[in-house]
Design a protein around this ligand. Sequence first.
Ligand SMILES: [Zn+2]
Length: 64
Amino acid sequence: MSPKASSCPICGQPSHPETRPFCGKACRDRDLLQWLGDGYRVPGAPASDEMKKSGDDGVDSTPA
Ligand SMILES: [Zn+2]
């Protein structure tokens, strides 16, 4: 239930102690920019589909 060896959520490589859960600063910064750009408000949490409300690209909506 408590995975000790976590993987980098960005690239899947083993996380680095200094930058975990990411494998390195590159992925850490990448994730930071990513959730900043996407408007994420839950750091460290995976993207939750239940927070979808506006629609990403009209995938589940009727095509215009
Ligand atoms: Zn990585």
